[in-house]
Every structure is written in structure tokens, then in C-alpha cells.
Design a protein around this ligand. Structure first.
Ligand code: KIV
Length: 274
């Protein structure tokens, strides 16, 4: 038995998520990009950890998710996997590693699964990436879909505003969700769409729908951990609830440390060796 599965914690599986939807138990999901954070979130009882390509913004300071590479995603994912005993670990296949080329999609998914030890991958898009999703699934790799606001297509849409407010876009989104379900996706993330539409999608398909900015009528919620813990400070969308002000706490701790070093009150004799 590997170190990661040696505890008594019952692992979250894609089947368990399906059962949770059936019994009406909501699914909790957060992002993680490193070992230490993954360990804390897992011990806090999170069901799903997403190694999101938002690492491009949060960890690397890029403006969009586009620059992050497959190698970098695998690096983040393998660190997260080492920190987890219970949660299902899902990894974003990054921009340029699956769109328009199902063979490349399969190669990227296999590399993620083999090199990181993660449990599933996530891909953005509907009908247009059906072939890539089907090919990845044919290799036995579970796929989570992602519809609505899809940050990898930011330059196509030009804005991060709410999606599918118009009837034709809403109808396409429902159709895409059904296509993803038919392909065999085990769940779908719906990002930043009207809550009524999100609830309608959750009713129209049997697989779990996990929302971010999609209201309460879906089967689970996901947030970017650094946003909900208040580590990032300049991002205030309506859907974001901040559960802590870690940036404030960290700044205070750092100021105290600086003061102690300057005043030579750190380290004390007890904090030093003879
Ligand atoms: O990359 C990410 O963090 C995501 C979530 C916003 C769902 O895709």
C-alpha cells in the first residue's frame, strides 16, 4: 500500500461523488497547488482538490491561465497528491495541451496521471472538445468538464463577465452539459453563469454539477483557496466569500518578526544551542 493510501481515511472517488448527488449531499471542492496546503485542506475534510491552472495566476503571478505548462501542472499536482489522504485530486490539462488534437489530449492526460499520481483531469469546453474528451476517457482517465466562463478562452470572449445570459448561449450550455454527460464525464464545473440556468443544468444531467459563481442550486461548490482564505487581496467578485484574512495575519507576523530581529529579542537563549 502506498504512503498516500495507508491511513484509515476512506478515499473520495468519482463513484462517491455520484452517490452524493443522488442522496443530495453537497460536494466541497477547493484548489491546491502545493503539499503543505493540500495537507491542511485534506485534513479539513474537503471532498475534491483541484490542481487548477489558476496556479498560473495565484502561484506565478501571470494575468491569465494561458502561460502555465504541462510540466508545471505536473509539478504542482505531484506535490498535492503527496499531501492528500482522502480527497479526490483533479488536475487541469493546461491551455495548448488538448484543444483540437485528441492524440495530444490523451498524451497530456496520461502524463498527468502517470507522473503526478492524480486521480482525474479537467478540460474546458463542450461540443468542440468532444473528441479529445472521448479519447482521454477511452484510456480509463476520469474527466471533469468545465463550462460557462472558461478562462483558457479569455481572448475569445475578451472579458471575465457572467456567461450565458442570452438565450442562445444558455441553450448551447445545456446542450454541451448533456454532451459531456453522454461522453462519460464524471462531473462538470459551471463557472459564473446565472443561478437559475445552473440549477436547470444540475436537473438536466445525472452527473454532479459543481459551481463557482453559479448559485446554490447545483450539487457542489468550488473556490480558489487563496481567494477564500484572503491570501489574494485584489480580487472581489460577487460570488467570493472570504473565510479568513490570512494576508493580514501573515503581514502582522512578518512585521513582528522583523521587529524582533532588529531588537535582538529573537532568538532568545532558549531558542539557541549551547
Ligand atoms: O483553475 C481553476 O482554479 C479553476 C476553478 C476556478 C474552477 O478552474
Amino acid at each position: 500500500m502506498s504512503k498516500a493510501t495507508s491511513s484509515n481515511a476512506k478515499r473520495v472517488t468519482t463513484h462517491l461523488l455520484q452517490e452524493m448527488k443522488l442522496r443530495g449531499e453537497k460536494i466541497s471542492m477547493l484548489t491546491a497547488y502545493d503539499f503543505s496546503m493540500a495537507k491542511i485542506l485534506d485534513s479539513g475534510g474537503i471532498d475534491v482538490l483541484l490542481v487548477g491552472d489558476s496556479a498560473s495566476n495565484v502561484m506565478a503571478g501571470h494575468e491569465t491561465t494561458l502561460p502555465i505548462t504541462l510540466d508545471q501542472m505536473i509539478y504542482h499536482a505531484s506535490a498535492v497528491v503527496r499531501g492528500v489522504q482522502r480527497a479526490l485530486v483533479v488536475v487541469d490539462i493546461p491551455f495548448g495541451s488538448y484543444q483540437g488534437n485528441s492524440r495530444l489530449a490523451l498524451e497530456s492526460a496520461v502524463r498527468i496521471m502517470k507522473e503526478s499520481g492524480a486521480h482525474a483531469v479537467k478540460m474546458e469546453g463542450g461540443e468542440e472538445i468532444k473528441e479529445s474528451i472521448t479519447r482521454v476517457l477511452s484510456a480509463g482517465v476520469p474527466v471533469m468538464g468545465h463550462l460557462g466562463l472558461t478562462p483558457q478562452s479569455i481572448y475569445k470572449f475578451g472579458t471575465y463577465s457572467v456567461r450565458a445570459r442570452e438565450e442562445t448561449e444558455a441553450a448551447k450550455l445545456i446542450e454541451d452539459a448533456k454532451i459531456l454527460e453522454e461522453c462519460g464525464c464524471f462531473a462538470i464545473v459551471l463557472e459564473k453563469i446565472p443561478s437559475k440556468l445552473a440549477a436547470k443544468v444540475a436537473k438536466a444531467v445525472q452527473i454532479p454539477i459543481i459551481g463557482i459563481g453559479a448559485g446554490a442550486g447545483v450539487d457542489g461548490q468550488v473556490l480558489v483557496t487563496h481567494d477564500m482564505l484572503g491570501i489574494t487581496q485584489d480580487f472581489h467578485p460577487r460570488f467570493l466569500r472570504r473565510y479568513a484574512d490570512l494576508a493580514g495575519i501573515m503581514k502582522q507576523a512578518v512585521s513582528q518578526y522583523v521587529e524582533d530581529v532588529k531588537a535582538i529579542s529573537f532568538p532568545t537563549e532558549e531558542e539557541s544551542y549551547e
